[in-house]
Design a protein. Structure first.
Length: 91
């Protein structure tokens, strides 16, 4: 990550919050997600955030600069866990 922010999934609210780690204040929310955002991972190029949508049987792909959902991918019952190799160096 950029070591200044953290993404936080709000499973019941179906949102993802962006928190400033220095001020501990919420910078913004990603809304309009299918039910159950859970585990997340930033792609190695640092451009997108992939999130399991546990209650929706999908994975969402979010554009980080705009904080908008780009697409959803059907993957099956209760997806949990996303991992890219190499790990992202989000700047």
């Amino acid at each position: 990550g950029d070591k200044k922010h953290v993404f936080l999934s709000n499973r019941v609210a179906s949102t993802i919050s962006l928190i400033n780690m220095q001020t501990l204040e919420k910078v913004g929310d990603i809304t309009g997600l299918p039910a159950g955002p859970d585990d997340m991972e930033i792609t190695p190029d640092g451009k997108t955030l992939w999130v399991t949508l546990r209650f929706s049987k999908k994975v969402g792909v979010i554009d980080i600069p705009s904080m908008k959902l780009m697409t959803v991918i059907p993957v099956g019952k209760s997806p949990h866990g996303v991992f890219f190799m190499p790990r992202a160096g989000w700047e």
